[in-house]
Design a protein around this ligand. Structure first.
Ligand code: UDP
Ligand code: MG
Length: 158
């Protein structure tokens, strides 16, 4: 079977940050085994908001979406793992929390589509594009080590 490691852009949106759900959202991705290889809290600028949601420009919900994503700080991250783009979307659940499967982030923590806690890229192209909006390559740490490697290295160094 072929599995490819992918990177995807994830954000805890302002409502998730305000409600104290940052840890809960990250926990779910880490529990799955994905690696968080980049992480920061930031206020989304006008340029970042427009670039991020360019595909939705002109839609009725667009102005409100831009206001929402800038209504407070977000926690932006890059998540890496096997088939992580679709996998993260699966853990997030459908855009509308009422239609999201129970057990997903949006079903468990959100009530309405306009405040649905979390963002995740929907394709390889979106992931690459969105990561660049929020992160420099130098801000990513893909080579994190597991505990056994750390222990072996530290013992070897003694
Ligand atoms: N959104 C909304 N009303 C809609 C559709 C979308 O407020 O009718 C918001 C919602 O926050 C959603 C975001 O716009 O997460 C981006 O929409 P998209 O269709 O890309 O959904 P997602 O990829 O986030 O599931
Ligand atoms: Mg989308």
């Amino acid at each position: 079977m072929q599995h490819t490691e992918e990177r995807t852009f994830v954000a805890v949106k302002p409502d998730g940050v305000q409600r104290g759900l940052v840890g809960e959202v990250i926990r779910r991705f880490e529990q799955k085994g994905y690696k968080v290889i980049g992480l920061k809290m930031l206020q989304v600028t006008d340029a970042q908001a427009k670039a991020h949601y360019a595909e939705h420009e002109g839609k009725p919900f667009y102005p409100r979406l831009i206001r929402y994503i800038q209504s407070g700080p977000i926690v932006a991250m890059v998540v890496q793992g096997y088939n992580a783009i679709a996998g993260v979307r699966h853990l997030m659940g459908s855009t509308d929390p009422d239609k999201a499967e129970v057990g997903t982030i949006r079903a468990d923590f959100a009530q309405v589509m306009e405040y649905n806690i979390v963002h995740g890229s929907d394709s390889k192209e979106s992931a690459e594009r969105e990561i660049k909006i929020y992160f420099e390559e130098s801000e990513l740490y893909p080579e994190r080590k597991c505990m056994s490697e750390l222990v072996i290295e530290s013992l070897d160094a003694e």
